[in-house]
Ligand binder design. Structure first.
Ligand code: NAD
Length: 487
């Protein structure tokens, strides 16, 4: 008999405790060799004044056990509370969010009976870096950060996942027709990594039409890899069109630690009523068992769960007019079917899926292992952002023309990304936030930050109020910044 594996468990908020109790009871009856360690996180902890929602002893348990089964938690609205889910994913480096979406027709009603796709969402970067600033009374920004190592890691993970799980195609979703540098980098890395997996088909869709296709013809997708925000949205769309958000589980995988959960939230509207569907968390737990090297137990639970559906035992969210049972009765029905296999659905086997703890970790080169970059970076100019709610583009432009020299030329001024100087249109709406692009004067040779400091000093002395700067670089001779619309 294998030794029991310590795992960290959070019962969560809302329906969390009910679905966790149901899930743990099933794991126990199925013979899962686990030693639970319970931690308190979420609402209770927030309300003690801890704005992170997670106490130090919980971190200690997570870092020691390295495996986390988590019920949904409630993030209080307002009050400066940070999303605990985002904090946990980023602090523990859980870079891959793996979300299988399967339809279970005819037992779970859906318009898409043949759907079986896995969404692999980048979990740490993008707009979820949460770097936001109010820069002027009228303008706020949220930084979208996309990195080459982060993109490479998640994309390689998606191809490895496809290979190990006998999947045939990986589809990348981005908006690189608009965000040519950030989403463009993700798409570029996707094309590079895809070449290393010639046996797997690789394709790409722009996110808007790609998402529409997921909603309309999800059976055409196999594995999907995408950026954090798009992945967040597309995976809820996929779960919902499969039948219910109450069904799907997810894994959050890092180099050393992994977290398993349901995809839905704490459903406060049905909390403490004993009617929540525990299936999402059960699927999270099944993924956890595969991950910790207990695939037979995982398959036993999965097959019993499928048989329960086949026997038409449903919780309220999927009953849709048919008789329904509560959370505890549903769990009991699964327990009674442990050892049975489904007859309409294909029985599940995990023995052959090479996805155990040892192999699942370290699929991608660790960020610290990557080779030192020999890319040549050359300063090409600077964008100076001004706050100004008094003067016109023409006036600001004329002042800056004289302040630019000798190191720089004023190339363009944009407002919300649209050119307003020189030769702006009077129809263009402007705010109090001006991006003034200074291009390095070639006669000045290679630019340095000193030239930028001198320019800022001249701007300051002229009574203009700068609120931030962005250096413009060429990397190996290629522009590392986007042109302003109309530039
Ligand atoms: P939700 O997923 O909790 O609920 C959406 C709808 O689906 C509700 O009508 C709910 O009753 C239903 N539902 C969800 N899970 C169900 C289940 N297992 N069985 C039956 N019905 C189910 O989303 P929400 O209402 O937007 O969010 C509620 C809270 O959950 C918020 O505080 C949010 O921040 C949090 N949340 C947490 C997580 C997480 O911990 N991973 C994820 C999403 C939302």
């Amino acid at each position: 008999m294998t030794q029991k594996r310590a795992i960290t468990i959070a019962r969560g908020d809302g329906i969390g405790p009910e679905i966790m109790e149901a899930t743990l009871k099933i794991l126990d009856h199925a013979g899962a060799m686990i030693e639970p360690e319970f931690i308190d996180i979420g609402e209770k902890v927030y309300l003690t004044g801890n704005t992170t929602g997670i106490p130090d002893e919980a971190w200690e348990s997570l870092r020691r056990t390295k495996v986390f089964l988590k019920s949904p938690i409630t993030t209080p609205q307002g009050g400066g509370y940070k999303s605990l889910n985002v904090t946990i994913r980023k602090t523990l480096g859980l870079f891959a969010n793996v979300r299988p979406n399967v339809s279970y027709a005819p037992f779970v009603k859906t318009k898409h009976p043949n759907m079986n796709m896995v969404i692999i969402r980048e979990n740490e970067e993008d707009l979820y870096a949460g770097i936001e600033h109010q820069q002027t009374p009228e303008v706020v920004q949220c930084l979208k950060l996309i990195t080459r190592p982060g993109s490479e890691k998640i994309i390689r993970y998606a191809f490895e996942y496809a290979k190990r799980n006998n999947r045939k195609k990986v589809t990348c979703l981005t908006k690189d027709n608009i965000m040519k540098l950030s989403d463009g980098l993700f798409h570029k890395v996707f094309k590079e990594v895809a070449k290393e997996y010639p046996e797997i088909e690789a394709d790409h869709w722009i996110i808007d039409i790609g998402m529409a296709k997921v909603a309309d013809t999800p059976q055409d997708f196999d594995v999907v890899v995408t950026l954090n925000l798009y992945g967040d949205i597309v995976s809820d769309v996929a779960a919902q069109v499969a039948g219910s958000v109450g069904l799907a589980g997810s894994a959050n995988i890092g180099d050393n630690i992994a977290m398993f959960e349901a995809i839905h939230g704490s459903a406060p509207d049905i909390a403490a009523k004993g009617i929540a569907n525990p299936s999402g968390l059960i699927h999270g737990a099944i993924m956890m068992l595969v991950h910790i090297g207990q695939p037979q137990v995982a398959a036993r639970i999965h097959n019993a769960w499928l048989k329960t559906l086949e026997d038409e035992i449903y919780t309220g969210d999927i009953a849709k007019g048919r008789p329904s049972v509560g959370t505890a009765q549903f769990a009991q029905a699964v327990i009674e079917r442990l050892g049975q296999t489904p007859t309409t659905f294909q029985p599940v086997q995990y023995e052959n899926v090479e996805q155990s703890e040892d192999t699942q970790f370290r699929l991608a080169p660790s960020v610290t292992d990557r080779p030192k970059s020999d890319v040549v970076r050359q300063l090409d100019g600077v964008d100076v952002f001004l706050f100004n709610n008094e003067q016109t583009a023409e006036l600001i432009g004329q002042k800056l023309e004289t302040l630019a020299g000798p190191e720089f030329n004023l190339a363009v001024i944009t407002n919300r990304g649209v050119k307003v100087y020189p030769n702006g249109f009077p129809e263009t709406f402007t705010t109090d936030h001006w991006r003034c692009r200074f291009q390095l004067n070639e006669t000045e040779g290679s630019g340095t930050n000193d030239a930028i400091i001198n320019l800022l000093t001249r701007i300051q002395k002229a009574g203009l109020d700068f609120i931030k700067t962005e250096n413009l670089y060429k990397f190996d001779g290629e522009l590392g910044y986007s042109l302003g619309q109309g530039q």
